[in-house]
Design a protein around this ligand. Structure first.
Ligand SMILES: [Zn+2]
Length: 440
């Protein structure tokens, strides 16, 4: 006999509020390249020169940009704009590099991946979907910056203005992202998706909480319960963000008395622990891992010591196993490289992780009873983290489908990457931090 648990989780409850003092991104990139002679970065000799000139202050504003920094970023902007083919359209399919306005590489790398997510691009590019309401301030600035980034008829100052306006709207909603200090790209992604989702939410019953989910008591079939959860969820959240990124997870909890219960979660990304084999490898080890190993770790059965079984009322006799129920259209993978040890000290795991560029199959990690649409996934975005806890830098790599090429965005600088280099990079690199896959 199955029973269902009343426990369930809202997907936004887990948005991290952790202090980011540990994360240090965006500065001292020269040092960074010395310590990370990866092919993808090292093939760009210009970068080292470029970064050695820069001295990112902590309180830059539009008018404080150092002359040489502004000049370098502006000439890079002009070079990119001139490279676009002349045709009638005022919009290119390739985004411009985004100037760094002071430790903003965490933001720039996330924006490139989101702007190059086709569904978001199409939604925002003509602006007609932007709801004119006092509640969609951030979303409007996001849409305007997206459009500007693909426009062929803008000036460097237009682009800077759009970035500053967007950054300002972020700062008004979050203390963490106010100012020009270094931040964690994943935390920024969660914050941004959460806010845009809230601003564009079309759902009617948003007051009711996810914890109030109670499936019909007569239902014992899992796919019926999951269907109820789906409808329940859609009444609370329904936006371009949830439709694009949201997946459903099911937690199966089994007690030693054979009692089963289920909970659901609707995350916008999949955060994966790195399987660290503690007996033989210390934290920070360099052992090569694979995405499938991380996914296997994710679905591994774990004990839940605090859980009290609803049938036998015993504590700590249950085990939990998480599985995917509904695969998202766009799958964002987050590797939990920043972890704290048993003493609470933060460490960064620099294990290289291999991942497929195409043909990623989630079948093994999806619940067998689920009849939701399934498919294979193709990679189109990577966010890399270079450096360590004290000093780091983010870049992104995008696959441009129309032009069939891979482009690395290092703030304002962009460079084409050879396919064989991407192939090699995907097999043995310790920098990939977030991966963006689309279901094909
Ligand atoms: Zn029990």
């Amino acid at each position: 006999m199955y029973t269902t648990s009343n426990q369930s989780y809202g997907q936004f409850a887990h948005v991290s509020t952790a202090k980011n003092n540990y994360f240090s991104h965006g500065s001292d990139s020269t040092e960074l390249y010395k310590s990370n002679p990866q092919k993808i970065i090292s093939q760009q000799n210009n970068n080292e020169k470029y970064f050695s000139k820069l001295d990112y202050g902590t309180s830059l504003n539009h008018f404080d940009l150092k002359n040489n920094q502004k000049y370098t970023q502006k000439s890079e902007f002009n070079r990119q704009l001139e490279s676009y083919n002349e045709n009638i359209s005022t919009i290119d399919t390739e985004s411009l590099g985004l100037p760094n306005i002071g430790n903003s590489c965490y933001m720039n790398s996330i924006l490139q991946c989101l702007f190059n997510t086709k569904k978001l691009f199409e939604y925002f590019i003509n602006g007609t979907n932007l709801i004119e309401s006092p509640n969609s301030y951030l979303t409007e600035e996001f849409g305007k910056l997206l459009t500007t980034t693909f426009s062929k008829s803008i000036t460097y100052d237009n682009l800077l203005d759009a970035i500053y306006r967007f950054k300002e709207s972020i700062g008004e909603l979050s203390l963490t992202f106010t100012g020009y200090s270094q931040n964690d790209a994943h935390e920024f992604l969660q914050f941004l998706l959460d806010k845009i989702n809230k601003e564009l939410n079309q759902a009617k019953n948003i007051i009711e909480k996810y914890s109030e989910f109670k499936p019909s008591s007569s239902i014992i079939l899992l796919d019926k319960i999951a269907e109820e959860w789906k409808l329940f969820s859609m009444k609370r959240e329904n936006s371009i963000i949830t439709n694009t990124f949201q997946g459903h997870l099911i937690n199966e909890i089994v007690c030693s008395c054979k009692n089963k219960s289920y909970t659901f979660e609707n995350p916008l990304d999949l955060s994966l622990d790195l399987p660290i084999y503690k007996s033989s490898h210390s934290y920070g080890g360099k052992i090569l891992l694979s995405l499938s190993e991380c996914l296997n770790e994710f679905i591994k059965e774990v004990s839940i010591p605090e859980y009290i079984c609803s049938k036998c009322k015993q504590k700590g006799k249950s085990k939990k196993k998480a599985m995917i129920w509904k695969q998202p259209q766009i799958l964002i993978i987050h590797f939990k490289r920043f972890i704290s040890d048993k003493y609470g000290r933060l460490e960064v795991l620099k294990n290289p992780i291999s991942f497929p560029l195409s043909g990623l199959d989630l079948q093994t990690y999806t619940h067998r009873d689920s009849k939701e649409q399934r498919g294979k996934y193709k990679l189109y975005g990577i966010i890399n983290h270079y450096g360590n806890l004290e000093s780091g830098h983010y870049t992104s790599i995008i696959y441009n489908e129309e032009k069939d090429k891979w482009i690395q965005y290092n703030d304002s600088i962009k460079d084409q990457i050879e396919k064989r280099d991407i192939q090699e990079f995907s097999q043995n690199s310790s920098e990939p931090y977030l991966l963006f896959y689309k279901r094909v």
